[in-house]
Write a protein that binds this ligand. Structure first.
Ligand code: NDP
Length: 485
């Protein structure tokens, strides 16, 4: 019988990899090793969900003094200190990374701070030169942000860079209309940065419910984001190298004034300097910074996978079956590297299902149906199930929808609006989709997600007594459909 160094070698110490490693070792008693070339915790903890959400919190305080004043508080607006926030943020990330390391150590997982490459169906070669054998290999290497194929694209930053900025820029152009672009547009706008956003399509957040994303876009503009749809970057160059006679930009003023502004902003833009941009609509502008939030690609480059016969898809994703197994039976993959549903809780579920299947003798396919999720835009959007557009393509539906000014901000004279929407199957009465645009929509959709996942009907929602006075009570009090389709 062949003996291996380990029962399982996990490559990647992000949410999915760490969970699979520690459950395989801790609960199933497997001998497990894990290699991570960067920081433990991966994208979510180190350069994604966690620091992003803390930045959302930081940015939301911007609107609070006004509201507090309207409620009678003698509170004054202060200024935001990026460097003090960043110091605290870094300390928090250090703490979380330690937690992840301790979780692995506590479960008996051996860790290697090294890059790993798959050098055989049962073999991993580390950047230290060591070779390790394992009965099973789990690839959980995640993804990375990509810049568009555009001359001078290197002048722009990507989401990973945001958390390392020495200072916030005065102005930024964000390119993209997905989760990351829209979330950072809200965050940076709240922190006082002048935000312009270009999205090449007709409406941001493609794939989500039209009415919900329409309200998010409207409210983002209302709060000060200069959102331009149907627009992309045509050309970009360092502002100092570009012929300055021709135009005025986002900074405004003449070329001479721009040079002056450039000098003033030297501190904030020390890394790259201001950038001149020409858009596809013909407008030109100069921005302190350009952020590309134009998607993420799976991390499979130079992993040795294709040579072994592991199937790799068009975007570089590892092809797997319902049990996360690749074409090479001893090699599995979970999380963003498989480009299925790129969310931390999904990667964790995939990791758990992998352990059930391989180490607990309980073949478990990953359930990717009806995954609730939130987009931390301002206002937030929470969603589960089908959009109105996708649902009506599938079957006849009733649409229940209400949009209103919530009590808390309406009292303070703000123009904020929220949206609650249910898509209901005419045939089965089941709620096929629930979409909420509101403060804390993420918190609400988690709970609505339980009902939708259980197959609740509209009548089940109706039977539930409202919690009053709340925003979410509307979800159980919408009596007549707004339209049928
Ligand atoms: P997305 O794929 O969501 O969005 C990419 C955006 O960039 C789209 O608007 C796309 O336009 C646009 N784009 C792509 N290529 C170009 C180009 N060459 N020029 C201009 N625009 C371009 O990626 P993100 O990077 O925003 O997020 C990656 C993933 O991370 C998400 O899919 C999500 O799974 C996850 N995530 C989840 C979060 C959450 O749960 N809250 C938060 C952040 C990330 P088009 O629509 O036309 O294709």
């Amino acid at each position: 019988m062949t003996t291996f160094d380990y029962d399982l070698f996990v490559i990647g110490g992000g949410s999915g990899g760490v969970r699979a490693a520690r459950v395989a070792a801790g609960e199933a008693g497997a001998k497990v090793a894990l290699a991570e070339e960067d920081r433990y915790g991966g994208t979510c903890v180190i350069r994604g969900c966690v620091p992003k959400k803390l930045m959302v919190f930081a940015s939301e305080y911007a609107g609070m003094p006004d509201e507090a004043q309207a409620y009678g508080w003698g509170i004054q607006k202060g200024s935001f200190d990026w460097s003090s926030f960043k110091t605290k943020l870094n300390a928090e990330l250090d703490r979380l990374e330690k937690v992840y390391r301790n979780l692995l150590a506590g479960s008996g997982v051996e860790t290697f701070d090294a890059r790993a490459r798959v050098s055989g169906p049962h073999e991993v070669t580390l950047s230290t030169g060591e070779t390790k054998s394992a009965k099973h290999i789990l690839v959980a290497t995640g993804g990375r942000p990509v810049r568009p194929d555009l001359p001078n694209a290197h002048l722009g930053i990507v989401s990973d860079d945001i958390f390392h900025l020495d200072a916030l820029p005065k102005s930024i152009l964000i390119v993209g209309g997905g989760y990351i672009a829209c979330e950072f547009a809200g965050i940076l706008n709240g922190l006082g940065v002048q935000v312009t956003q270009y999205y090449r399509g007709a409406q941001i957040l493609r794939g989500f419910d039209d009415e919900a994303r329409g309200l998010v876009a409207e409210q983002m503009r209302e709060r000060g984001v200069d959102l331009k749809v149907g627009t992309n970057i045509l050309e970009m160059a360092p502002a100092t190298e570009h012929d300055p006679e021709a135009e005025t930009g986002a900074m405004g003023g003449t070329a001479q004034e721009r040079v002056e502004l450039t000098r003033m902003h030297q501190n904030t833009t020390a890394q790259r300097g201001p950038i001149w941009v020409k858009s596809t609509s013909g407008s030109e502008g100069v921005f302190d910074m350009v952020l590309f939030a134009t998607g993420r690609d799976p991390n499979t480059a130079d992993m040795g996978l294709e040579d072994l016969g592991v199937g790799i898809g068009r975007r570089g994703e590892i092809e797997v079956d319902d049990f996360s197994q690749t074409k090479v039976p001893s090699i599995y993959a979970i999380g963003d590297v498989t480009n299925r549903v790129n969310l931390t809780p999904v990667a964790i579920r995939e990791g758990m299902a992998f352990v059930e299947t391989v180490f607990k003798g309980n073949p478990t396919a990953v359930d990717h149906d009806l995954i609730p999720s939130a987009i931390f835009t301002q206002p937030e959007m929470g969603t589960v199930g089908l959009s109105e557009e996708a649902a009506r393509d599938q079957e006849p539906v009733e649409v229940y929808c209400t949009s209103f000014r919530p009590m808390q901000t309406a009292f303070a004279g703000k123009a904020d609006r929220v949206l609650m929407k249910l898509i209901v199957s005419k045939a089965t009465r089941k709620v096929l989709g629930c979409h909420i645009v509101a403060p804390n929509a993420g918190e609400m959709i988690q709970l609505a997600g339980v009902a939708v996942k259980m197959g609740a009907t509209k009548e089940d929602f109706d039977r539930t007594v409202a919690v009053h006075p709340t925003m979410s009570e509307e979800i159980v009090t919408m009596r007549s459909p707004m339209r049928t389709a």
